[in-house]
Design a binder for this molecule. Structure first.
Ligand SMILES: Cc1cc2nc3c(=O)[nH]c(=O)nc-3n(C[C@H](O)[C@H](O)[C@H](O)COP(=O)(O)OP(=O)(O)OC[C@H]3O[C@@H](n4cnc5c(N)ncnc54)[C@H](O)[C@@H]3O)c2cc1C
Length: 394
C-alpha cells in the first residue's frame, strides 16, 4: 500500500484549501484527499449564504477576527484571478430600535478595533441608500461581498489536481489508526496511510476526533439554517446585504436579506436545532444523530440557557408568520407571499460538555494529525488563512 506524504479528510472548502496550501508549500509531495460524498462541497460549503464576511463581529485577536480579514482579501483576489463571479456589494447592519442601536454602537467600536472599515449612518441616510429598509440607524460595511463558495472550491480543486493531488470521492472514513510512522484512515471502501493527516470533517468533526483518540469533550450540534427566496421580480428590492444586529451571546448572525451572485434574493437563515446532521428536509430525523445530541449533557445546558430563543426559533420555523415578523423588523413591506421555499443549510456547531457554544475556530492535534473541530461561519471566507494556520502546525 502507498504511504502518502499527506492525507486530508474533507471535500469542503477548508479541506480543499488545506490540500492546496500543502502542495504550495511542498511541491511534488504525494497527497490524497478523501471525501465521503460523491461530489465536493456537498455540505456546509454548498449550503450557505455566500457572503464574503469582513470580520467585524469577532472578539479582537480571536482566530475568526484575524483569519476572516485575511480570508476576505484572499477570496476576492482568488476570485478575480480565476474569473469567479463575485461582487463587493457592501452590507448594512440595521438597528430596529434603541436597544439594538446601543448594541450596534458596540459593534462599531469592535469593527474599528478589528481594523475593518465601517460607517455609521442615521435613519435618513439609511432610507436614502435603501428606501425599502427601515431602522433607527445602521452600520455600513463597504467591503462585504457575495460569491458562490462551491465555485471557489472547484477552482481550488482543479489546481490541487494539476499539482498532482489525488481525490477519492465516496470514501467514508470510520477509523483512524496512528503509529510512530503514519496515520491510516480506513472505511468501508478502503484504507489510506499517510505520514501526516488533516481532518476538517464539519458536521462529523466530533466523530472524527473520537476516532483519532482526541480527549476534547465536545459534540457537534447541527443547527439548521432555513432560508426562503423572494420571487424573482422582487430580487432587486435591495442593493446591499441587509443584516439585523445580532445577539452577542449567540454564534448566529440573524435572518438577513442576501442578494446572491446568481441574481436571487434570499432571506435567512434562522437557527433551529436539527435532529439529523445531514438531513436537509424539514423534519429530517436520524436516530444516531438524535441520540448523540439528546444524550449529551452539554446540549442540555445550552438548551436550558436558551429556552426562549430555542422555542421562538422552532415556532418561526414551523409557522412562516413568525419568520416573516423577524424580516419585517427591517423590511416592513415583505409579505407571506414573498417567502418562497429554498433549501436549508446545516451548521456544525461545537458544544462543550459545560454547555459552552464554541464561537471561535477550534483546532486540536495528535502527533501526526490535525483536526479542525469547529469551523462555522465565516470559515468559508477564511478557508485559505485557516489552511495556512493548519499547515503551519503540520
Ligand atoms: C446556513 C449556513 C450559512 C453560512 N453562511 C456563510 C457565509 O455566508 N460566509 C461564510 O464565510 N461562511 C458561511 N457559513 C459557514 C461555511 O459554510 C462553513 O464554515 C464552511 O463551508 C466549512 O467548510 P468545511 O470544509 O470545514 O466543511 P464542509 O463544507 O461541511 O465539508 C466537510 C466535508 O467533510 C466530509 N466528511 C465528513 N465526515 C467524513 C468522513 N467520515 N469521511 C470522509 N469525509 C467526511 C463531508 O462529507 C463534507 O463534505 C455558513 C454555513 C451555513 C451552514
Amino acid at each position: 500500500m502507498t504511504t502518502y506524504d499527506f492525507c486530508v479528510i474533507d471535500g469542503g472548502i477548508v479541506g480543499v484549501a488545506t490540500a492546496h496550501q500543502i502542495l504550495t508549500r511542498h511541491p511534488g509531495a504525494n497527497l490524497v484527499l478523501l471525501e465521503k460524498a460523491s461530489e465536493l462541497a456537498t455540505h456546509q460549503t454548498g449550503h450557505n449564504s455566500g457572503v464574503i464576511h469582513s470580520g467585524i463581529y469577532y472578539p479582537p485577536n480571536s482566530l475568526k477576527a484575524t483569519l476572516c480579514r485575511r480570508g476576505a482579501r484572499w477570496t476576492k483576489e482568488f476570485a478575480a484571478a480565476h474569473d469567479i463571479p463575485h461582487r463587493v456589494c457592501g452590507k448594512l447592519l440595521v438597528a430596529a430600535d434603541d436597544a439594538e442601536y446601543a448594541r450596534m454602537l458596540a459593534l462599531h467600536e469592535r469593527s474599528i478595533t478589528n481594523g475593518v472599515a465601517v460607517e455609521l449612518i442615521d435613519a435618513a441616510e439609511l432610507a436614502r441608500r435603501e428606501p425599502r429598509i427601515t431602522g433607527v440607524g445602521a452600520l455600513f460595511v463597504p467591503d462585504t461581498g457575495i460569491i458562490d463558495f462551491t465555485q471557489v472550491t472547484t477552482a481550488l480543486a482543479d489546481e490541487v489536481r494539476a499539482a498532482g493531488g489525488e481525490f477519492v470521492l465516496g470514501a467514508e472514513i470510520t477509523t483512524l489508526t496512528e503509529t510512530a510512522d503514519a496515520v491510516t484512515a480506513a472505511g468501508p471502501t478502503g484504507s489510506w496511510s499517510a505520514r501526516r493527516l488533516v481532518a476538517c470533517a464539519g458536521l462529523q468533526a466530533d466523530r472524527m476526533a473520537r476516532a483519532a483518540g482526541l480527549r476534547r469533550d465536545f459534540r457537534i450540534v447541527p443547527f439548521r439554517g432555513e432560508y426562503y427566496q423572494l420571487p424573482q421580480e422582487r430580487a432587486g428590492l435591495v442593493r446591499t446585504l441587509i443584516y439585523p444586529i445580532p445577539d452577542p451571546e449567540l454564534p448566529f448572525l440573524g435572518v438577513h436579506l442576501s442578494p446572491t451572485i446568481d441574481g436571487a434574493l434570499t432571506v435567512g437563515p434562522n437557527a433551529v436545532l436539527g435532529l439529523a446532521r445531514e438531513g436537509y428536509r424539514k423534519g429530517s430525523f436520524d436516530a444516531r444523530d438524535a441520540r448523540e445530541i439528546l444524550g449529551f449533557t452539554g446540549f442540555h445546558r445550552v438548551a436550558r440557557a436558551n429556552v426562549r430563543t430555542g422555542l421562538r426559533e422552532l415556532r418561526d420555523s414551523l409557522f412562516k408568520r413568525g419568520y416573516l415578523a423577524q424580516c419585517r423588523r427591517y423590511c416592513p413591506e415583505l409579505t407571506l407571499a414573498d417567502l418562497l421555499p429554498r433549501e436549508a443549510g446545516i451548521r456544525a456547531q461545537a458544544v462543550l460538555r459545560d454547555g459552552t457554544l464554541v464561537h471561535d475556530f477550534m483546532i486540536e492535534r495528535t502527533e501526526r494529525s490535525i483536526h479542525l473541530l469547529n469551523a462555522p461561519s465565516p470559515a468559508a471566507t477564511s478557508a485559505m488563512p485557516i489552511a495556512e494556520h493548519i499547515v503551519d502546525q503540520l
